[in-house]
Design a protein around this ligand. Sequence first.
Ligand SMILES: [Zn+2]
Ligand SMILES: [Zn+2]
Length: 194
Amino acid sequence: MRRSTAPTPTNSSARAWSAAKGVPDTVTEHPAAFVTLTAPSFGPVHTRREKAGVIQPCHPRRDLDDCPHGRPQSCTDRHGADDPRLGEPLCPDCYDYTGSVLFNALAPELWRRFTLALRRRLAKAAGLPLAEMRAVLAVSFAKVAEYQRRGVVHFHAVIRLDGPDGPGRPRPRPPGRPGRSSTTRYAMPPKRSQ
Ligand SMILES: [Zn+2]
Ligand SMILES: [Zn+2]
């Protein structure tokens, strides 16, 4: 959470991000990823899915018997965009409301641990102790938390690798021997010189 910054529109590009944050255009050359982090399922909810422009059936599970509360565990409806059932559990008594509430409450901590784990992973891929990696590159995060229709938080995030002094510096130099892992390669500059 420490490195999280201003909310970023979900459809933003790295260029838009740099403009919004007032950092140099060159930051768009830094390795960056746009990711969505979602919660696990707490039980089936009515959903609207599209495949090649065609609305798909909600939860077509005709092979399943009714749940212990006597409600169908299948929904073959193709829900309209304004269907009030969207996001509602197929069975409110089966749905793990406690789990979803706990997840929302702990989401900031889960995000914090994710950022720590990512830094550790990058350091490991580079074959460097974490403290030494910080002298080579900085991992910058910008995220926005949104509520899904089911009422559970998810995060859209931009993750960018900067030089150790921040976004205004040239992109990170290779943090380790080339080719050790895809993570390392990801952090590598291209062949052309800076
Ligand atoms: Zn449904
Ligand atoms: Zn039930």
